[in-house]
Design a protein around this ligand. Structure first.
Ligand SMILES: *Cc1c(COP(=O)(O)O)cnc(C)c1O
Length: 389
């Protein structure tokens, strides 16, 4: 028997049946979240619930798929937590770590969310999935849909770097290029999805990508011996990773698997698209649409996010912060990650390091703290960034 109990709206707290296909809350159009019987899980104990499988599915007892036969996996998750000794020495930090998500299938942590969402969609009878994407989500969805035998429809900004487009093409997806931003892609995708009966797996518009992303929080806990770090620095777009980890930490607390020390969560965005730092600073509950969004870090080019209020809650509850770095700073930091640690990071990963350097200069982090930088994907898909170097 699975531990999944029901779905709950993250804004109005209404409950919904988890065993039928659901999108967002039909009342307030905000994200639904999966709730589990954590009391039963606590009784069974950690050792009985975590398998030895070297992927995120080692935590399958706390994931939504009911029948293992429906798991669509390419070996996602269980990525390395690297002790960054040379970079740390340069910065005066002895306990700096890189969670390297570039080793995931399709080269980014989007694999986690799409593995969970496609598995659960397959389980609930979906035949076609659709996503608007700035790049990596489209590639990941195309790969998992191919493996599951589902139809894949992706909507990308027309100026998306070529490797993202080629990847989806090779994986057999139906590709639509849209003039504009991810929000414009979203509008078009939604229209076509409604017309054709495709299932929309956009960020936080169905409940299960979040479940895949939360495994990053479980992994950090396990890799650190069930003692969470002091600071997590995370390049944030739609926010699934940040919100997912914060959900994981709440679940781990309820399970009694960790103590009461929780990390301060840090959102990093680009100065060309920074709705979350602006909303946090202004004390707002929701963020305002960011006009004219532009940055080389495609994953951060999200001017408006349906989970904005959940990111702001995680940042405030954790005593964290949000900041923006310029494209110049993040590309330079990307080079330092490569040359000092051998990690050929995506620009978003570079942004995390640039943010850490700013926070250190401000005294917001101290030298003895345990700090985790997220490198969310591989640098290989962004040839334009390196052309001018
Ligand atoms: C999507 C993406 C992000 C942003 O992730 P969210 O969880 O949606 O905030 C960051 N980096 C890369 C490489 C991405 O593809």
């Amino acid at each position: 028997m699975g531990l999944l109990k029901h779905l709950e709206c993250s804004l109005c707290n209404r409950e919904y049946d988890a065993h039928v296909l659901q999108g967002m809350c039909p009342v307030c159009a905000r994200p639904l979240q999966a709730r589990y019987d954590l009391e039963a899980a606590r009784e069974r104990g950690k050792d009985a619930l975590i398998s030895t499988e070297p992927s995120m599915w080692r935590y399958r007892a706390l994931l939504p798929v009911q029948n293992d036969a429906n798991i669509v996996s390419l070996g996602e998750g269980f990525t390395p937590l690297l002790h960054a000794r040379r970079l740390g020495k340069r910065l005066g930090l002895s306990r700096l770590y890189i969670k390297d998500e570039s080793l995931n299938p399709t080269g980014s942590f989007k694999a986690r969310g799409l593995s969970a969402a496609v598995s659960r969609a397959l389980e609930l009878g979906v035949t076609d999935v659709v996503v608007p994407s700035a790049g990596n989500a489209a590639g990941a969805m195309s790969a998992y849909a191919a493996r599951a035998g589902l139809g894949a429809h992706v909507y990308m900004p027309a100026d998306v770097p070529a490797p993202f487009r080629m990847e989806c093409q090779a994986l057999g997806a139906d590709i639509r290029l849209v003039k504009g931003l991810i929000t414009d892609c979203g509008r078009k995708a939604r229209e076509d999805a409604e017309e054709n009966g495709w299932f929309d797996v956009s960020t936080l518009k169905e409940p299960y990508r979040l479940e895949g992303k939360k495994t990053m929080g479980y992994e950090l806990a396990e890799q650190f011996g069930w003692e969470l770090p002091d600071v997590i620095i995370y390049p944030t777009g739609g926010g699934t990773g940040l919100i997912g980890m914060w959900k994981a930490f709440a679940e781990l607390t309820d399970l009694g698997w960790i103590g009461d020390h929780l990390p301060r969560m840090v959102t990093v965005q680009a100065t060309g698209c920074a709705p979350i730092p602006m909303a946090l600073e202004a004390g707002e509950e929701f963020a305002t649409f960011f006009e004219g969004a532009h940055t080389v870090a495609a994953g951060l080019r999200v001017p408006s996010a349906v989970g904005d209020f959940l990111m702001l809650i995680a940042l405030r509850e954790s005593g964290g912060t949000a900041l923006a770095v310029s494209d110049e700073e993040l590309v330079e930091a990307q080079m330092r990650l490569a040359r000092l640690e051998g990690t050929f990071a995506c620009p978003e990963g570079g942004a995390a390091l640039a943010a850490l350097e700013t926070l250190l200069a401000q005294g917001w982090v101290s030298p003895d703290e345990r700090i985790v930088l997220f490198n969310t994907g591989t640098g290989l898909k962004y040839p334009d960034v390196f052309e001018d170097l």
